[in-house]
Design a protein around this ligand. Structure first.
Ligand SMILES: C[S@@+](CC[C@H](N)C(=O)[O-])C[C@H]1O[C@@H](n2cnc3c(N)ncnc32)[C@H](O)[C@@H]1O
Length: 243
């Protein structure tokens, strides 16, 4: 289980290079995944596969483990009212700089969200849950602050199946990526931590089960980029409906 103090210190060290490395190491695909996440939340809240431009207009969304704010800002662009929370001050500062007042960012721990029960339309966590000390408690908190009928979204790395792609990706992820990350960020640990935690991450079906175990319903997941990432959605049960 990751130790929160060292996780916070590590993200504090890599905050200045975080966006650049994200784009370079994923060849820009990471933003495509985040856009897909925004689209999925919009469709799920609207209860329709049709994508309406105003689906998120005025909705309140909390992006937990927001880092430098990329996902939160995409929600904002789509018209939502957004709060981004992260427990690393340097990440929050960069997010606030990028937002220039368009979205609110603050410090907050995913394990004890500073929000009332059922207070927002949706919660999201992108590439964050893997770093949270107690995964189930993190999910419980997301579900707790989301209103009945609202949506919880988890976007995370995954390991592609298939002999050829799986092997090629594993080589890139465990050998090449830590080397590039080390040179650019000058941090020996951070980019070996990434493959280590992704390799230890549960399979999508297992994580989906964990979403159910905290009381979420209508849970589903979608593999992105042939399983390099995975998007999970769950809905907070509406009052009066049996589980
Ligand atoms: C890999 S970054 C992801 C950032 C962002 N969501 C994105 O899409 O790029 C993980 C973030 O989770 C934050 N984090 C880890 N554990 C946390 C916790 N318990 N509470 C709040 N933030 C946490 C770190 O500070 C870091 O900014």
């Amino acid at each position: 289980m990751p130790d929160p103090a060292s996780v916070r210190a590590m993200f504090g060290r890599i905050a200045p290079h975080y966006d650049l490395l994200n784009r370079a190491l994923s060849l820009g695909i990471d933003q495509r995944w985040r856009r897909r996440a925004v689209q999925s939340v919009a469709q799920a809240l609207a209860g329709s596969a049709e994508l309406r431009a105003d689906a998120l207009l005025g909705r309140t969304i909390v992006d937990v483990c927001c880092g430098t704010g990329d996902l939160a800002l995409l929600f904002r662009q789509a018209g939502a009212r957004v709060l981004g929370l992260d427990f690393t001050p340097a990440m929050v500062a960069r997010a606030a700089d990028k937002a220039s007042g368009r979205a609110l960012f603050g410090q907050g721990d995913a394990l004890h969200l500073p929000l009332r029960d059922a207070s927002v339309d949706a919660t999201s966590i992108a590439f964050g849950l893997r770093n949270v000390g107690d995964r189930l408690q993190g999910l419980r908190e997301l579900a707790r602050v989301t209103r009945p009928g609202g949506i919880v979204l988890v976007l995370e790395f995954s390991m592609p199946r298939g002999a050829l792609l799986g092997r090629a990706y594993r080589t890139y992820f465990t050998r090449l990526l830590p080397g590039i990350g080390r040179v650019v960020s000058r941090d020996a640990d951070a980019y070996s931590y990434l493959p280590r935690t992704v390799l230890a991450w549960p399979q999508p079906a297992e994580l989906e089960q964990e979403l159910r175990s905290v009381g979420l319903v209508d849970c589903e997941h979608v593999l992105l980029s042939r399983g390099i990432a995975c998007l999970h959605l769950g809905r907070v049960r509406s009052a009066g409906l049996p589980g």
